[in-house]
Design a protein around this ligand. Structure first.
Ligand code: TXA
Ligand code: MG
Length: 360
């Protein structure tokens, strides 16, 4: 692709209603309306946006990310009127979920309006929609006056971005603008669900825990991929109901090894961690995602990222992608990382780490 001149404009939330903030927003909205690409903060991670009604603008996202066309995009809306231009119908239970979690990190699959070009949904009848909670994301969509299709603003398959710098590290010269509003809040992406007659199907765990969804809309079935059912049989992502769920994703450049302690007490986990780090130490340039206060071998010569308090899944989620990126840029060849338990946001952290640690 021809190299673009990528602008970076600071837009702290508190400047949104000031003249400089309004100017930045108007410039970003102009770029979106004229078919360009704008990376912007959301409460989960940074997204790379384009006008969802404009197929050639959306194509620019696929080119910039080097994303295969079989992987559809989430459409971001600012209000109910905009939702009507994207989805033809919202069931009563989907509406309950929206009432409970919107604006916020929940993505719903809904029957799409014809105005949404097929590149957005990869030719599927359902479109993924969410209403973000981040004030900059909301203000941008309102200013543009169109729904914004946006995947995470990273090269396809790479670790998601939680800061504007992460976006530039992956996409500088490939997009028109990044709005810099500091770190994204949650650090993991939205939860992706489809409401069916019988139950809610969860395709991607995320910033809203399945128990929270269950409390509003009844039983949640976690999508079991064909791959998990048939063992090692290879499944083409195109054939899956939500194609992004099955593939290697979120991956740092280093080889990531994730460790499961299951329900062992924390002292045992720490002991096992100490032994594991010692085992790999010296074999390769080692990076560790280090929980606060956990032991590390004396004379440890690798690179350490202070991940956060073990058990505080919000904090661990917030720092997860930043940690993987920091260890990568510090030159780690192998990254060791403990896996939190699957309760609450731990499920989303595990999902990201297990996908990032896959071979393919
Ligand atoms: O938090 C988030 O959701 C972030 C921010 C930017 O909003 N976005 C994000 O988008 O994570 P992306 O493209 O990185 O992940 C979207 C996931 C993919 O796994 C994709 O396959 C699935 O949602 N998806 C999107 N549209 C779909 C559709 N029509 N049917 C089934 N799955 C869909
Ligand atoms: Mg992504």
């Amino acid at each position: 692709m021809a190299r673009k001149n990528t602008l970076r404009i600071a837009l702290p939330v508190e400047t949104l209603s000031r003249p400089d903030g309004k100017r930045a927003l108007a410039q970003a909205a102009d770029i979106l309306r004229s078919g360009g690409t704008v990376a912007f903060p959301t409460e989960t991670v940074y997204g790379l946006g384009a006008n969802a009604f404009d197929a050639s603008a959306v194509e620019e996202i696929f080119i910039a990310k080097q994303r295969p066309h079989w992987d559809p995009l989430i459409v971001h809306v600012a209000d109910a009127a905009m939702l009507e231009r994207v989805a033809v119908h919202v069931s009563a239970r989907a509406q309950q979920l929206m009432n409970a979690f919107w604006p916020g990190p929940l993505t719903l699959l809904l029957p799409r309006q014809d105005a949404i070009p097929s590149i957005v949904t990869a030719g599927r009848p359902l479109v993924a929609v969410r209403m973000p909670a981040h004030p900059v994301a909301r203000a941008l969509i309102v200013a543009a006056g169109v729904p914004v299709a946006a995947p995470s603003a990273n090269r396809f398959g790479h670790t998601s971005p939680t800061t504007a710098q992460h976006v530039l590290d992956d996409l500088e010269g490939r997009i028109d603008l990044v709005l810099d509003s500091g770190a994204a809040w949650c650090g993991v992406e939205s939860t992706v669900v489809e409401v069916r007659d019988g139950s809610v199907i969860l395709y991607r765990s995320g910033a809203i825990a399945s128990a929270e969804i269950e409390a509003i809309a009844g039983p949640v079935s976690i999508y079991q991929s064909l791959q998990a059912c048939v063992g090692k049989g290879r499944v083409e992502p195109e054939s899956l109901p939500s194609p992004g769920v099955e593939i290697r994703h979120y991956a740092p450049r280093a080889h990531l090894i994730a460790f499961d302690f299951e329900d062992a007490p924390e002292e045992q986990q720490q002991q096992y961690w100490l032994q594991t780090v010692a085992k790999y130490h010296g074999r390769a340039r080692l990076g560790v995602m280090q929980p606060n206060g956990w032991p590390l071998a004396e004379g440890f010569a690798g690179i350490r990222f202070d991940w956060g308090t073990w058990g505080d899944d919000r904090q661990l989620a917030q720092n997860l992608f930043a940690g993987l990126r920091a260890l990568d840029s510090g030159g780690a060849e192998v990254i060791l990382c403990p896996l939190p338990t699957a309760a609450g946001m731990g499920a989303a952290i595990r999902d990201r780490l297990l996908k990032a640690a896959r071979d393919s």
